[in-house]
Design a protein around this ligand. Structure first.
Ligand code: AMP
Length: 379
């Protein structure tokens, strides 16, 4: 094969953002000889630790020249986080190709538009009301009641930009704490558990669904995901799949998407309330690297490149534990030879996700035993 032919056939993916998600996206397609270029302002971003198939354009996310360069030098551009400036995505679309659709990105950047989209698609959500000022907050508290959670409409993630309100008289303090920004007030849901679904849609409109994950958050940050979640009957699985399908088709979406739910007990049985979407690979799908035939990362890359999707079928049972703030003590994991440790190469800092560990076992009982052992060793 001539050099020109092989150059034409080398596929390359541009990724806006060079964090751990970009790192895992690049790693997932190294064996397919796919090259990646991340755009990130931090010259030490962790994605470029991925030796071999990842280079970097060091520039701000709104740097027009850099965005055009990324679009023109990549087969397709994707993104690893939601807060990509909207104009950036539109600019890429003009000069190249971008997946998932910038429309999904802009809707997911605003909690109010996201909730309106759920309503349009008949997907149940917690009760909520828009809040633009203190008077509206007081009115919303009188209809929704307490406890309730005041959430900023934009730039909120991992529980940031949220204030719990236990008493309507605390409305002024809550409004001050949030910083007087446009918000929604969410009724506090006494959920049975939190679940999420990860699904990938190809350019041909074919959808692969991963089994549901059960997720445990503390302080608004994901700590643990277990998959496949137990006690999922067809009714519950179909609620999640239908919601994901409707959202994917609504946006003519290409790539991997996550939908996060609260499971509640209703008069009609277990019901899923959608809380939010992530138009990208998601932390509650990290278990798929070792726990599924094809990971969420590889399927995302396959989708955006127009390739056939791989099987999402689970391999045994998995538990993914986030490493938050610090790495395990040196030597502490020696007694856990079956643990898959992923360190992202980030400087430890309180509250920062610096890695994750996946435990995988052929049966649920064996997984539970591994988890117990892990908790005894690591705490
Ligand atoms: P979010 O940023 O909306 O994903 O919220 C982060 C976490 O806060 C969720 O995963 C839940 O654990 C909790 N949370 C958010 N909204 C609600 C709600 N309306 N009711 C109860 N818990 C919530």
């Amino acid at each position: 094969m001539s050099d020109t032919n092989s150059a034409q056939q080398t596929k390359s993916v541009g990724i806006i953002g060079g964090g751990q998600l970009a790192q895992m996206l690049a790693q997932s397609v190294k064996h397919l000889n796919i090259q990646c270029t991340v755009l990130d302002p931090n010259p030490n971003c962790c994605a470029t630790n991925t030796r071999g198939n990842c280079q970097q354009i060091t520039a701000n996310y709104d740097d027009q020249k850099a965005l055009i360069k990324l679009a023109q030098s990549s087969t397709v551009v994707t993104y690893e986080f939601e807060n990509v400036p909207g104009q950036g995505a539109t600019l890429i679309e003009k000069h190249g190709s971008i997946h998932p659709s910038p429309k999904a990105l802009s809707i997911s950047q605003d909690r109010l538009s996201e909730r309106a989209m759920f309503a349009d698609l008949n997907i149940p959500t917690p009760p909520y009301a828009p809040v633009e000022n203190l008077d509206q907050l007081r009115a919303a508290l009188s209809t929704i009641g307490t406890p309730a959670i005041l959430k900023s409409r934009t730039l909120g993630y991992d529980g940031k930009g949220q204030v719990l309100i236990n008493d309507p008289s605390k409305a002024p303090q809550a409004w001050d704490t949030l910083g007087h920004v446009p918000a929604i007030l969410d009724g506090f849901i006494e959920f049975t558990r939190e679940l999420s679904i990860i699904a990938t849609r190809s350019t041909q409109g074919h959808i692969e669904y991963y089994p549901l994950s059960e997720n445990i958050h503390r302080g608004g940050i994901l700590r643990l995901s277990k998959a496949p979640a137990t006690n999922i009957d067809d009714n519950l699985a179909n609620q999640a799949k239908t919601a994901a399908k409707n959202i994917l088709e609504h946006f003519n979406y290409v790539g991997t998407l996550a939908v996060e739910f609260f499971q509640i007990q209703s008069d009609q049985g277990p019901l899923l309330l959608a809380n939010e979407i992530a138009p990208r690979v998601h932390n509650t799908g990290h278990w798929t690297i070792e726990g599924a035939k094809t990971s969420q990362f590889e399927n995302h890359m396959r989708a955006v490149l127009g390739m056939e999707l791989g099987s999402p079928e689970p391999i045994g049972y998995s538990a993914m534990i986030n490493l938050i703030g610090d790495e395990p003590r040196p030597g502490s994991m020696d007694a856990m030879p079956k643990a898959h440790i992923h360190l992202y190469g980030k400087e430890p800092r309180p509250g920062r996700k610096i890695g994750h560990i996946t435990l995988n076992a052929p049966t649920q009982n064996e997984l539970n035993a591994l988890l117990e052992r892990f908790t005894r060793i690591i705490g």
